[in-house]
Design a protein around this ligand. Structure first.
Ligand code: TRP
Length: 347
């Protein structure tokens, strides 16, 4: 029997970039195509996005369509995957309120992802309590569907740990109702955290170092040709470093042997190319051109589908509405179990 219930989500704060693609989106499409699940759900976390964008709700509203377009153009198929909007499932808020009693403020403050986000957002002096609580709401997102498996990026591991603590505490206090999820990470370590085009550790909108899935061919080329490489590799004949060289990191995340026969038959595979670069005699321009071909080959079909889907936004909203209805039914079941377990089923 298929028993995995897979749930994952993203905050709608903008378009998705290559980091999201290799870190999570590509994996989700694979899971969908494997078909080895009972339910597969993707949540657009608009309420979570509001926890640090309360003064800019329009940004979140506008990003919902962008995010959904990214999903569907990458191959998420609404007949197999339920895509829904968090705020349209109010049961999640009620669950959050019960779970808040099972977590201390000190524990939330220790969550490493929350900690670094507090720093990044200059929230140190006054943390919005909704923001501090978002890991609890994320625990509600996951447990509402009794998810067994959560495919996410590495930065979400602390959220899953916190979720499991809440599940254990809830079950110990009120009875075995909730399910502990496991995290599913990409097996390719270069996909776990794709660096920005400038070589900084993370691709992030605020750093302006992203390649978006929706970038045009021209913009993609420009971004690749300006990418950070090995600053010590000045002349073509110089030996070059591959580790920490962003262009090679991207190749490790994206390139397959077939790409060489298609675009650069001088080499059989990435290993051969890396050896040549390390020895000296291989110029950055040639490597960048190859990376551009590889990325464009991956992104061209996504771009094309995006263009088609964006002609009919009503259809996209219809899919999200359907998905939200379905998700709501599932969450209601868990909420009933939870109320019953706590003893809130008076009548
Ligand atoms: N915190 C996730 C992110 O920032 C988004 C998210 C919200 C999520 N709820 C979730 C991810 C539940 C997985 C499961 O990307």
């Amino acid at each position: 029997m298929k028993k995995e219930i897979i749930l994952t989500g993203d905050r709608p704060t903008g378009k998705l970039h290559l980091g999201h693609y290799v870190g999570s989106l590509r994996e989700r499409v694979k899971l969908q195509e494997d078909g080895n699940y009972k339910d597969l759900l993707i949540m657009i976390a608009d309420m979570q996005a509001l926890t640090d964008n309360a003064s800019n709700p329009q940004k979140i509203r506008n990003s919902i369509l962008e995010l959904a377009l990214d999903y569907f153009s990458c191959g998420i198929d609404p007949s197999k995957t339920t895509v829904f909007i968090q705020s349209q499932v109010p049961e999640l808020c009620e669950l959050t309120f019960y779970y808040m009693n099972l977590v201390t403020v000190a524990r939330l403050m220790r969550n490493p992802t929350v900690k670094s986000e507090i720093q990044m957002r200059n929230f140190e002096k006054s943390i919005p309590s909704g923001f501090l609580n978002y890991p609890v709401s994320q625990a509600a997102d996951i447990t509402a569907f009794k998810a067994t498996c959560v495919p996410v990026g590495e930065d979400q591991i602390p959220m899953l740990e916190q979720t499991n603590e809440i599940v254990r505490k809830f079950n110990a206090l009120y009875g075995e109702v909730l399910v502990e999820p496991k995290v599913l990470l990409s097996k390719n370590k270069f996909c776990l955290r794709l660096p920005g085009t400038d070589g900084k550790a993370k691709m992030s909108k605020s750093l302006g170092n992203c390649v978006y899935l929706s970038d045009s061919k021209e913009i993609l080329k420009e971004k690749v040709m300006n990418m950070f490489t090995d600053p010590g590799h000045i002349k073509v004949s110089d030996p070059g470093k591959v580790e920490g060289n962003t262009v090679f990191t991207y190749l490790r995340a994206f390139c397959e042997d077939d790409h060489f026969s298609m675009f650069l038959p001088d080499y059989k595979n990435l290993c051969e190319m890396e050896e040549h670069y390390k020895k000296g005699g291989l110029g950055d321009i040639k490597v960048k051109k190859f990376l551009f071909e590889v990325l464009d080959y991956t992104l061209a079909p996504i771009r094309k589908k995006r263009q088609e889907f964006s002609k009919n936004p009503e259809k996209i909203y219809e899919i999200l509405q359907e998905g939200s209805k379905k998700a709501r039914i599932l969450a209601q079941r868990t909420l009933n179990d939870v109320r019953h377990a706590i003893g809130l089923d008076y009548f």
